[in-house]
Design a protein around this ligand. Structure first.
Ligand SMILES: Cc1cc2nc3c(=O)[nH]c(=O)nc-3n(C[C@H](O)[C@H](O)[C@H](O)COP(=O)(O)OP(=O)(O)OC[C@H]3O[C@@H](n4cnc5c(N)ncnc54)[C@H](O)[C@@H]3O)c2cc1C
Length: 480
């Protein structure tokens, strides 16, 4: 064994061309990991390598290009709102952005219960004015009480476990009742992916978890008080530019299969998912920018404390897609809404798994395509096949219930599909009180490892880029 390597990984097992030495290794090339790697190399002037399991960068970004018309539609990350100076990153990357608005919003909406298939003829959603006033009040309350600073961009200012404000650990249902802002719920439900990336009934979620998916900064954008932008030509362009810039500093279609981590001495064995080839990465520091699930962290040589810590987080799983079916209405949306919402419009919550709705993609017309999101609460089981079965079932139910015509045996056609994997990261009130978040921040830098990304902050790109700036400040300064 060569000096400087830890016991279990032997440098001698790798040809020199398969050994990559860098200051920092970044796991995951999504919104957080890609941005962090650019900042580390170009701003902090440290060498870096990204290990990304897919064949491209961008994570939740999905840009579809219609092969016939060349029209482009983002069916994953759709838009960006300003947060501090985060949008400057687009300028720095020389990527043009333009004002945009949420897709499909001008289409008429029909409400139907996708489990019975029946249209809710007597359903009148809460007046937009009432819903928007409630969201405005939510912004005022969270700002006045300083909750905005506790939850965005990361949780640096969240008080220690026992001192976390009671409000933040209330279930959402109790929080909105306390402040008489229940009318916001049906409005924010679809925007949070249906109860924060797939958990269905968001009355049961913690307000703190809700604020990851609906932080006050995003609420302002939702109210139209902040502009929304998208990248000209599709959001994937930014990540393609990053890929061009980072060139050989990215290992695509690769995952870590074995590692050892110590202060100043990170060793990772990666394996290509395409040709099975292994490489050895020797780095001084490690930045984990993937959801910290048990599976993602398994190869990272966790010690008992780390394992216990990360096992407490819960996740759902969601998919987004573009689908077509000739029986779906053109230029109209169908929103999945339980029949119980006729009596209780403030609680249009769905049982998982669910399809949130069929939203007509106007920008792809004349192609007749609807955008969907599908969510389940078991992130290991709710795979693409299970999600596609849920879509077909929803259509069959809608036909049986008379909302759409008989399917005549026609199956749903998948135009584009993206499995967004585990999301909706949340920890119980009890664990939060016991100091889970303090412990999370104490892990920053331990064993040469830092963490960033959607699990660790408000789950929006521009906020994560500012979270990165804070995390990287610590990472770069840390002695090795
Ligand atoms: C459907 C959807 C729509 C959204 N829309 C918006 C929006 O319009 N605006 C907005 O600001 N935010 C939006 N968000 C939230 C935004 O996508 C997240 O805040 C952001 O993508 C999180 O970035 P991340 O880098 O933490 O994770 P991700 O973007 O998920 O990146 C993680 C990366 O790591 C890779 N990876 C995963 N596991 C491994 C592994 N074991 N080894 C190596 N690589 C791995 C993944 O392939 C991925 O590239 C949306 C999210 C979803 C799911």
């Amino acid at each position: 064994m060569i000096a400087g390597t830890l016991a279990k990984i032997d440098r001698g097992d790798f040809a020199p061309a398969d050994i990559i030495e860098r200051e920092v290794a970044v796991i995951g090339g999504g919104a957080a990991g890609s941005h962090a790697a650019v900042r580390i190399r170009e701003y902090h002037r440290k060498s870096v390598v990204i290990i990304e399991k897919e064949a491209n960068l961008g994570g939740h970004v999905n840009t579809y290009t219609d092969p016939t018309t060349g029209k482009v539609h983002d069916y994953g990350v759709a838009m960006y709102f300003p947060y501090e100076d985060a949008l400057d990153f687009f300028t720095w990357m020389n990527v043009n952005i333009s004002l945009t608005s949420p897709g499909g919003q001008n289409n008429p909406i029909r409400y139907a219960d996708f489990s019975t298939g029946r249209e809710l003829a007597n359903y009148s959603a809460i007046e937009a004015q009432q819903g928007l006033a409630a969201i405005q009040k939510f912004v005022e309350i969270t700002t006045e009480k300083g909750y905005d600073k506790m939850v965005q961009p990361g949780y640096f200012n969240l008080p220690a476990g026992k001192a976390i404000p009671e409000d933040l650990l209330l279930p959402v249902g109790e929080f909105v009742k306390k402040y008489d802002i229940q009318a916001m719920l049906p409005f924010i439900y679809p925007s949070t992916g249906g109860g924060v990336g797939s958990r269905g009934d968001f009355n049961k979620l913690l307000t703190l978890t809700l604020m990851k998916a609906f932080p006050p900064g995003w609420a302002k954008a939702y109210l139209g008080q902040l502009p929304l932008y998208a990248v000209d030509g599709g959001n994937q362009r930014l990540y393609d530019e990053i890929a061009t810039l980072m060139r050989r500093d990215v290992l695509y279609s690769s995952v870590v299969i074995e590692s050892s981590r110590a202060q100043g001495n990170i060793q990772l064995v990666t394996q290509s998912r395409s040709d099975g080839k292994k490489k050895l990465i020797l780095a001084k520091k490690l930045l984990i920018a993937v959801p910290p699930t048990r599976e993602n962290l398994a190869p990272f040589d966790l010690d008992e404390a780390e394992r216990a810590h990360f096992s407490k987080a819960k996740y759902g799983r969601s998919h987004t897609a573009l689908v077509s079916h000739s029986k779906l209405p053109e230029a109209a949306n169908i929103r999945n809404t339980p029949e119980s919402a006729v009596q209780s419009p403030i609680a249009p919550f769905l049982q998982t798994p669910f399809v949130m709705g069929f939203t007509y993609a106007n920008d792809l017309a004349p192609a007749r395509v609807h955008q969907i999101s599908v969510s389940g609460d078991n992130y290991t089981a709710f795979d693409e096949a299970a999600a596609q079965a849920a879509v077909q079932q929803a259509l069959e139910n809608l036909a049986k219930g008379g909302t759409i015509p008989d399917l005549e045996g026609e199956k749903v056609k998948v135009v584009a599909w993206s499995d967004h994997g585990p999301g909706g990261f949340g920890v119980s009130a009890e664990d939060m009180r016991a100091g889970w978040m303090e412990d999370m921040y104490k892990l920053q830098g331990r064993r040469g490892t830092w963490y960033t990304g959607g699990g660790l902050g408000a789950d929006f790109t521009t906020m994560l880029w500012k979270l990165n700036d804070a995390v990287l400040g610590g990472l770069v300064k840390a002695a090795v």
